[in-house]
Design a protein around this ligand. Structure first.
Ligand SMILES: NC(=O)C1=CN([C@@H]2O[C@H](COP(=O)(O)OP(=O)(O)OC[C@H]3O[C@@H](n4cnc5c(N)ncnc54)[C@H](OP(=O)(O)O)[C@@H]3O)[C@@H](O)[C@H]2O)[C@@H](O)CC1
Ligand SMILES: Nc1ncnc2c1ncn2[C@@H]1O[C@H](COP(=O)(O)OP(=O)(O)OP(=O)(O)O)[C@@H](O)[C@H]1O
Length: 580
């Protein structure tokens, strides 16, 4: 049974069948140079019928005409911008057939758009059999009397010359030149034609493409927002659960209620944005963690005696470097009560001379250095290993033993400067000790990373580097110092971008490690209810980074380019007050 497709649009299959037939050599030869083509299209329709498609000769002719128009539009589009191929779906087939036909100026062909469109809507009534009709002339030659079309579109005030059959096939007449007597206007010319130029068509086409693209991005954006909200809700649920668990554990450990400096209960940690880095959950919003830093700070009270809020020991200071241990020590001193600096004999007097507040032990290069330090170790809450330590093997060996002793006592250990060099040589000293915090600058980080991960750092992804190193170190917390301080325990990442300044001076890192010594003690002393279940090392590290940057910011505000670490240390008190 034939598919009765009369009056409907052509399917692709049907169009291809038509083109196969129309493209046959005998059909093309019959059309070529033959003004009358109705019999050709009768044959085409008949062959189409044999293939199961019910179309009239007129429908076939009109469809071919439409395809030719699209083909020439596309051809012109390619010439102009190379993108127009899309408007002619059957371009390749048409090209195969028409490329051997006489040349037609596509622009003229396109100018006749209205004619073709009309024909497609089924209102075309001119029969092929009329023979001398304008359409028949155009079709039979593969060209058209372009001037006539243009005139028709613009509805000229004078009659359109139509070639008569006696003129012979392929004969052309120009409007202006013709002497043909006026004839009745063809029926189609009564209609209103849209005179769309190629440029306008292209403009419209591009506009629509852009609109579609914009819509796509709009929807995509909405989809991502929804996805973000879903993730945030999920993380916030997880955190709430952690908080509840934390409170349960705290309840078991101590009946005391969580308390902040202002006396209110611990604020709920809301992570505003999180993303996944391999199998870890990354926390990016430091603003949400600052309240946790406030939570861990013990209140000032007259009930405590000196040293109860923290005793920090600094392991470092040698003949070359006396400033570093001093900066670290005095920073700790300004936050908590400092116990001691353990340095070499020749550095001790110099360090003492900087500040009468510091207790200095000249034991680090003595033969029984480790025993000397060990005597005090049980009274220390945190040790900071490395500032101004130098690279002397004996000193490094003593530092290693002190770290081992501290680990055995469960004392938080901050490793900085030359202490990091030691770790790069022997990572196992600290690997897996989760009360350790390493504070490398960019150079120190690279050395450590290469030594531990046996790979060079991927400078395009600092966060991933930090996470990877932390994981490789057994989830030891890493603070990569720099334009932004990146903190990770291998599970979470916090980026500290608190405003500092553009001024860099030696010793800023020592201020960080010293104050971190104090904060680490507080963080580990606080129960999980105060850190909302977050790793205490992360909370302490963010607190120290923020404090260092705030000191830098305030000092720079006063001293500009001449800012030194001493100026920053003078800001520790005010900065601490402002932040926490
Ligand atoms: N007043 C004192 O007593 C002070 C003493 N200190 C003590 O000195 C000891 C050695 O510490 P350190 O900082 O000089 O050695 P380390 O960090 O290995 O740098 C080596 C070289 O690496 C480079 N470099 C550094 N950072 C970089 C970066 N971000 N990005 C790129 N490159 C960077 C830079 O090379 P440069 O570019 O200058 O050629 C730098 O010279 C240590 O015990 C420490 O505590 C200090 O605390 C300061 C105050
Ligand atoms: N490029 C930077 N832009 C802004 N702040 C920075 C930049 N680099 C470092 N800082 C700040 O300085 C702090 C210390 O980092 P720095 O790289 O100076 O450490 P360091 O080299 O170990 O210091 P030190 O001189 O004590 O050895 C960082 O925590 C950060 O606050």
């Amino acid at each position: 049974m034939l598919a009765n497709t009369r009056g409907f649009l052509w399917s692709d299959v049907e169009t291809r069948a038509l083109l196969d037939i129309w493209g046959e050599q005998d059909v093309q030869t019959a059309l070529d140079g033959n003004f009358r083509n109705s019999h050709v299209y009768r044959d085409v329709a008949c062959r189409l019928g044999e293939m199961g498609f019910d179309r009239t000769p007129e429908q076939c002719r009109i469809r071919v005409k439409g395809l030719k128009r699209q083909y020439y539009q596309a051809k012109e589009g390619i010439k102009k911008n190379g993108h127009y191929r899309k408007i002619c779906k059957f371009y390749d087939e048409m090209e195969g057939i028409l490329s051997n036909r006489p040349h037609v100026d596509p622009q003229d062909m396109i100018d006749s758009v209205a004619v073709g469109d009309e024909a497609l809507d089924g209102t075309e009534e001119e029969a092929e059999g009329i023979g001398h009709s304008h359409e028949a002339y155009m079709e039979s030659t593969g060209e058209c009397s372009y001037a006539e079309h243009t005139v028709k579109l613009e509805s000229p005030p004078f009659p359109i010359p139509v070639p008569s059959s006696s003129n012979g096939a392929g004969q052309r007449q120009s409007n202006t030149q013709t002497k043909t007597p006026p004839m009745a206007r063809p029926k189609r010319s009564k209609k209103r034609y849209t005179n769309l130029s190629l440029d306008k068509l292209m403009e419209k086409f591009l506009e629509q493409s852009m609109e579609a693209e914009e819509n796509f991005y709009k929807y995509e954006e909405q989809r991502l927002k929804v996805e973000d909200r879903r993730r945030e809700a999920e993380h916030s649920r997880e955190l709430q659960m952690l908080q509840v668990l934390g409170q349960m554990f705290a309840g078991i450990a101590s009946p005391a209620q969580p308390r902040t400096q202002t006396g209110s209960s611990a604020p709920l940690l809301v992570i505003e944005r999180a993303f996944t880095l391999s199998n870890l959950q990354a926390v990016r919003n430091m603003e949400n963690i600052i309240p946790l830093v406030r939570n861990i700070i013990p209140p000032l009270t007259s009930k405590k005696h000196k040293g109860q809020d923290g005793r920090v020991g600094i392991i470092g200071g040698c003949q070359e470097y006396t400033g570093a241990p001093y900066f670290a020590a005095v920073s700790a001193l300004k936050v908590v009560y400092l116990f001691s600096v353990f340095c070499t004999k020749d550095a001790a007097a110099v360090i003492k001379s900087y500040s009468p507040e510091l207790i200095v032990h000249p034991v680090l290069d003595s033969p029984n250095a480790v025993e000397e330090v060990e005597k005090w170790l049980s009274r220390l809450h945190t040790v900071v290993v490395g500032p101004g330590l130098g690279r002397d093997d004996r000193l490094l060996g003593n530092a290693k033993a002190i770290i081992e002793k501290s680990k055995a006592l469960g004392i938080p250990v901050i490793v900085d400067a030359d202490g990091l060099w030691l770790i790069a040589q022997q990572p196992s000293i600290i690997q897996g000790y989760q009360r350790a915090i390493l504070t490398p600058n960019y150079m120190e980080f690279s050395q450590l990373y290469e030594a531990v991960c046996r790979d060079s750092v991927d400078s395009s992804d600092n966060q991933r580097n930090v996470v990877r190193l932390s994981q490789a170190m057994g989830n030891v917390t890493i603070v990569q110092k720099g334009e932004k301080d990146i903190i990770s325990d291998g599970d979470k990442v916090i980026v500290c971008s608190h405003e500092g300044s553009s001024r860099r001076c030696g010793g800023q890192g020592d201020l960080l490690s010293g104050s971190l010594g104090a904060l680490a003690h507080w963080a580990f002393m606080s129960g999980p209810e105060k850190t909302n279940g977050l790793n205490p090392s992360l909370v302490a590290a963010l607190g120290a980074c923020t404090l260092t940057r705030q000191c830098n910011h305030q000092a720079f505000h006063k001293h500009g380019r001449s800012t030194t670490t001493t100026d920053m240390i003078a800001e520790v008190g005010p900065a601490f007050k402002k932040l926490f």
